[in-house]
Design a protein around this ligand. Sequence first.
Ligand code: ADP
Ligand code: GLC
Length: 464
Amino acid sequence: MLFATSEVHPFSKTGGLGDVSGALPHALATLGHEVLVVTPWYRTLRGGARPLWIGDVQVPFAGGFEAAGVGTLESGHVRYAFVGHADYQRDDLYGYSDDVRRFARFTRAVPQVAARLGFRPDVLHAHDWHTGYLPMVLAHGWHLPDGFPGLPSVFTVHNVQYQGTSGLAEALWWLRLPGALADDYMNHFGSANAMQAALGFAHHVTTVSPTYAHEVQRPEFGYGLDGTFRHVRGKLSGILNGLDTHEWDPAADAHLPRPFDRRDLTGKADAKRALTAALGLDHERPLLGVVSRLADQKGIDLVVQAGERLVAQGWALALLGSGDAGLERDVRALAARHHGSVAAVVGFDEALAHLIYAGSDALAVPSRFEPCGLSQMIAMRYGTLPVARDTGGLHDTIDHQRTGFLFEHATPEGLLWATGLARAAYGGSSWPGMVDTAMRQDFSWEASAGRYAELYRTVVASAR
Ligand code: ADP
Ligand code: GLC
């Protein structure tokens, strides 16, 4: 199985896509699949990764052929191939005006790189818009290596808000595709749209939770593609993400002062002490954590607007996030106004994230939409009850008043209603039972990896 992704933990990560790309291939390898993960060779590769450079491939791109470097490494029965090019030698993974071109190049490199490694997949699994053109390239692209034309594909939608749009003519030119395709699925009201091309050309489309598969068919969630989702619903399904339960394990987490499990929560109290000391927070208050990208999707503006009233409810707040400059300013300002009861750290900080999941009593996840969401699952595993919007994967993973608290309205009042319930329960007789139930949930990849494996089999069989 060939797995194409724009980020993969531990080498690169901006959010949950990195977690999923890190964990799912291992779970599939455990089931006996041979997996090659192809991803860009970013300048900022982390985790001490040193791929072995094995040479160049000639990538069909922008009307000709251009060289790209290939690096490989192997870890836990999964093979990784890194695509090297000046395009990926930048400070950040994304956020550049030429992103669509950068990932069109990556897309086009994937089959050549796999072939260079002698890898003959029976199925491709691509993720989000960055690799969205791969199914179309496999169906119609010129200069594909032997064994790749017509390769069956599964495409997973992690977030429909980001679609990879550009001009039609330039996208076809970059990807080296016949001009007639300009009238096909890639065309979304006159623009080229990588996500829609994937919805059209992939043999099967999944979303990262069952509820999100329904939501994307509605205008409020579809970001202009709801009609396309309805059109392809015969090949659309939702498979819930799992968690890397080794990476996220309170009983063996090197970032914590002391490990803990549900039978002995002393280590959790230690984590809270360490966290409140590090952030200068009042240790006596119940602690509400936030670990999030600061983007409109995540509803962190609701936390900011409710800030005063959350403190009045009795909470201390520990916020970690980065992204939107306005939201970064807002969370910093909230913390400045509430010294000792609100702390905000702006940045991407793996170690602090672990400590917040472990040391908080509750985690706020007020997302406007949430395709799956991993932070609520991590929180539950660490005995921290999520207070979350009732949408997407949050709906599918949290049981209201059993493993967390769900609210319906994406308003400060909606959030405050749920934090009020949590605040009333905190310290009472129901809280320890909820924590125990949350910690006993099974969020491992085992079941979901099996569902993907079954899907690959179906897709391969029906393509024959
Ligand atoms: P999304 O992918 O939409 O950002 P998820 O909940 O699926 O949301 O995954 C987010 C992942 O990124 C989690 O592993 C979370 O811990 C991590 N994360 C988000 N923001 C930060 C941050 N500022 N520092 C460290 N980790 C972060
Ligand atoms: C996206 C979604 C998030 C999901 C993650 C991994 O980033 O926003 O909900 O958990 O992908 O699938």
